[in-house]
Ligand binder design. Structure first.
Ligand SMILES: Cc1ncc(COP(=O)(O)O)c(C=O)c1O
Length: 290
């Protein structure tokens, strides 16, 4: 079942007018929220990022956070899987085609849920291949916009060369992946690029940095150069659906020893542990151990 503009229905019955600005202009924003044991993971953070994206495209939020929570609760309930990946999408509605914002068009709200499948253990054991690419996207990558054409093309480049992700560089520095955030380990220090307009502020990225802080894993948030990525001991990718994965091959060359490293192993198990704690109703935010 999906949710479309106030109604729950089978996806086959969902209809969007062709003049929807999402279809015509890619004029909308989205979120992907992982759900474990029917509980949305880090929902307040996802709703806060949704608000940031809506503000970024000057579209009024059609719902309060409690309304969003109630809609999501119902959608999660009517879908089968315990673990789900919820895709939530808001566009600037239906109007005669004109770039200018329409007056009084209600936004289109579409939400669907798919089963959330954890990355296969075999891939976690070997790590995945990535290629590099030039980040040719716009300068507002902090907005989770539905207009994803550059990301689609960059990701397809990876698929075409038998890799899983494209690591993006802009002006000699690493920004993120085509659909993930990227971390690097060098000299036993986890390096993360600082959040800015050139990357999506990942929810998983935040969790990883909180885990590093709480467990005293040496880390630095600072610009990461292309050279540091190419000579890294480890490279990790993070996203809500792929959690944390090791990249062990970059442009056909082994990363470090060419197998998942110790920082990945530690962060992966801390992440799994943290997920379980949160799902059992434990502490939602991590505290730094004293
Ligand atoms: C471009 C991009 N960066 C980063 C991420 C990771 O964000 P999150 O951890 O919130 O899923 C995504 C998620 O799909 C993405 O598309």
């Amino acid at each position: 079942m999906i949710y479309l503009n106030g109604k729950f229905m089978p996806i086959e019955d969902a209809r969007i007018p062709v003049l929807d600005r999402g279809f015509i202009f890619g004029d909308g924003v989205y979120e992907v929220i992982p759900v474990y044991s029917r509980k949305p993971f880090r929902l307040p953070e996802h709703l806060q990022r949704l608000q940031h994206s809506l503000d970024g495209i000057r579209l009024k939020n059609p719902h309060s956070n409690s309304e969003w929570s109630a809609i999501l609760r119902q959608l999660i309930e009517v879908n089968d899987s315990e673990d789900q990946s919820v895709y939530l999408h808001v566009t600037r509605g239906v109007a005669r085609r004109d770039h200018a914002f329409p007056k009084g068009a209600p936004p289109t709200v579409f939400i669907m849920s798919n089963p959330l499948l954890a990355p296969p253990q075999e891939l976690l054991a070997t790590g995945v291949a990535a290629i590099s690419g030039i980040d040719n996207r716009w300068l507002r990558c902090d907005i989770k916009a539905i207009s994803l054409l550059p990301n689609v093309l960059l990701r397809q480049m990876a698929i075409d060369s038998g890799a899983m992700e494209t690591v993006l560089f802009r002006d000699g520095f690493m920004t993120e992946g085509a659909a993930s955030n990227i971390f690097v380990v060098k000299n036993e220090t986890l390096l993360a690029p600082p959040k800015n307009n050139l990357m999506l502020p990942g929810i998983t990225y935040d969790v990883v940095l909180e885990l590093a802080e709480a467990h005293r894993i040496r880390h630095e948030v600072r610009a990461v150069s292309e050279y540091e990525v190419r000579t890294a001991d480890e490279i990790l990718l993070t996203s809500s659906t792929r959690e944390i994965m090791p990249i062990t091959l970059l442009d056909g060359k082994p990363v470090g020893k060419g197998s998942p490293g110790v920082v990945f192993e530690v962060l992966y198990s801390l992440y799994q542990e943290y997920k379980l704690t949160v799902m059992r109703g434990g502490e939602a935010k991590l505290k730094v151990e004293s």
